[in-house]
Design a protein around this ligand. Structure first.
Ligand code: FE
Length: 130
């Protein structure tokens, strides 16, 4: 997709984050405190990325997950921007930037913290209650 098409498909903030790898301000995202059961999908292409069962409050100010819903749905890439060595998390289907993953959640089952921009996600609630 061309950048003009992306600009039409996304909000300005989503474009900055998802196509230009910006980071939304901490504690600003609509889904940060969402605790409903459901799926978190890519805001650009709708691919399921995370499930509510792995979401936790990391205190970072961004939605945090300890695992992905499906390993094939994201691509992990080394990112040495801003003078830091980080691992970028990208939507495998559409290539949009989602956030970064860190190995600093020892209290979680995987030890990982997928730190994801809220605006890069859309939430789909489960239809059936558990
Ligand atoms: Fe996507």
């Amino acid at each position: 997709m061309t950048s003009d098409k992306w600009k039409q498909a996304l909000t300005p903030q989503q474009y900055a984050v998802m196509r230009e790898k910006a980071t939304e301000p901490p504690f600003s995202g609509a889904l940060l405190h969402n605790k409903q059961d459901g799926s978190y999908v890519c805001a650009a292409c709708g691919t399921k990325l995370f499930g509510s069962d792995t979401k936790f409050d990391s205190g970072s100010g961004w939605p945090s997950f300890y695992d992905v819903a499906n390993a094939a749905s994201v691509r992990l890439e080394p990112d040495s921007s801003l003078g830091m060595e980080r691992t970028e998390v990208v939507c495998a289907k559409c290539g949009s930037h989602l956030g970064h993953v860190f190995d600093d959640a020892p209290e979680q089952p995987t030890g990982k913290r997928y730190c994801i921009n809220s605006c890069a996600l859309e939430f789909t609630p489960d239809k059936t209650k558990k």
